[in-house]
Ligand binder design. Structure first.
Ligand SMILES: Cc1ncc(COP(=O)(O)O)c(C=O)c1O
Length: 427
């Protein structure tokens, strides 16, 4: 399939009607609609609908096995909890912190990147701590993109990679990724967009290991992407949320490992997935100092930084959590094995073995391909209590696929596969 060079809106983004999502809440007579124009660009958030449906099932007594959202279920490292408890006792930690993050946290992040990826970062200029990596990405888009700007995003895509540019008023251009791990073909398709679309897009968003497809790349891919960014003069971001969630000996490269990457690129990182700290809301943006500064300047207007006790505890995780992260990746690897084996044994058909993330990305079984992925997953949940995320939620290129999150025990995953088997037989 050729690259989609849709300058207006990618097909995968279906804007709602202005005010869509406001539901049936009445506006007092004579008042203007409170929603700004950009709210009309946002369709209802699919995960919200799925969660509401699962809650309805639970209310009816169904034991839901929820493999939908990538929300870690495993515990946080005890040393991190101890550091949190201790830091709570100090009255100074309850004041406003710093919007950019405290220096010891950024220094711990620099040590982490040096140890794990051999990347040197200046904690004062090349790192900013953020309220999760989603916040980093969203506010960076607001800081660097505006009307008449375009950016390029491989699809299917993590929802915010499309919608943060849209909220910023810019045009994301989707470039379809086929079933293979990305390599020359995706790079050639991206290159074509930068050669043909005018005004030339300003920004390329990568995300490997990838959500939702779990695709991975090697360092050579980033080397070419960085060379392309220099040649065509665009900025580059890699969302590295799953950089430590790797299986079977695969080690995901950081884009910042590429020589000179910091001239053109930044990377987001999160404590949510490798350290099971999703609710703590700690992430980072690192790399090019100008982009880091752009984010810092806009954040200065929006927030006062993460609660300082959380920053102190996150410092401990970054310094002492390398072994913890490896074990957590192994937990996901074993669940992936249990899920793929269980699906194949129970009549799903051939599955695809991924080597990273906390998901697997699987085709809907042959005989159900006439249904949309949304209809299939709602029907499956209704009849079995097993909930997966429909691929169509990540853009129309995700149709025909399901994302399965590895967020329950191997025993529960085996139980989910048995329930699915009954559904497949009945068809
Ligand atoms: C690719 C990707 N980036 C970012 C995030 C959000 O991470 P955070 O919790 O740091 O905001 C997620 C969460 O699912 C994700 O899948």
């Amino acid at each position: 399939m050729p690259a989609k060079t849709v300058a207006e809106k990618p097909k995968s983004v279906k804007p709602g009607k202005p005010g869509a999502g406001a539901g049936a809440i009445a506006i007092p007579e004579g008042f203007p609609k409170p929603e700004a124009h950009r709210m009309g660009m946002l369709p209802p958030y699919l995960l919200g609908r799925i969660n509401a449906f699962n809650d309805e099932l639970r209310a009816k007594g169904v034991d839901v096995i929820d493999l939908g959202m990538g929300n870690p279920v495993d515990p946080v490292q005890p040393e991190v909890l101890d550091a949190m408890r201790e830091s709570l006792k100090d009255v100074k930690n309850h004041r406003y912190s710093q919007a950019k993050g405290i220096l010891p946290l950024k220094q711990a992040f620099a040590r982490h990147y040096e140890r794990n990826f051999g990347v040197e970062l200046d904690a004062t200029k090349e790192i900013i701590a953020t309220i999760g990596s989603k916040e980093a990405f969203s506010h960076l888009c607001l800081a660097i993109l505006g009307p008449n700007d375009a950016c390029v995003v491989p699809t299917p895509a993590f929802t915010i990679h499309m919608y943060a540019p849209i909220i910023a008023g810019a045009h994301p251009i989707g470039v379809y990724m086929d079933e293979e791990n990305p390599g020359e073909k995706l790079l050639a398709d991206i290159k074509r967009v930068f050669e043909t679309v005018r005004p030339r897009p300003k920004f390329l968003v990568l995300n490997f290991p990838h959500n939702p497809t779990a695709k991975t790349v090697n360092l050579g891919f980033y080397e070419e992407a960085v060379a392309m960014a220099r040649h065509y003069r665009f900025w580059l971001l890699n969302d590295f949320a799953y950089g430590h969630s790797c299986f079977d000996g695969y080690k995901a490269p950081s884009i910042l490992q590429v020589k000179g990457a910091k001239d053109v690129a930044v990377e987001t990182f999160t404590m949510s997935k490798p350290y099971n700290m999703a609710g703590w809301r700690v992430g980072f943006l690192a790399g090019n100092p100008h982009l880091v500064d752009c984010l810092a300047r806009i954040k200065g207007y929006f927030d006062y930084g993460i609660f300082q006790c959380i920053q102190i505890a996150a410092t401990v995780a970054l310094d002492e959590g390398d072994g913890f992260m490896k074990n957590q990746a192994l937990v996901y690897q074993k669940r992936r094995d249990a899920l793929l084996a269980g699906l194949e044994k129970n009549g799903w058909g051939r599955t695809i073995k991924n080597r990273a993330t906390m998901f697997t990305w699987q085709r809907i079984p042959e005989k159900f391909r006439g249904m949309s992925s949304v209809d299939f997953s709602f029907k499956l949940a209704e009849e079995t209590g097993v909930s997966f995320t429909p691929g169509g939620g990540f853009g129309e290129e995700g149709e025909g696929w399901l994302r399965m999150a590895l967020v329950d025990t191997e025993a529960r995953i085996a139980e989910a596969c048995k329930r699915v088997s009954g559904f497949l037989k009945k068809g």
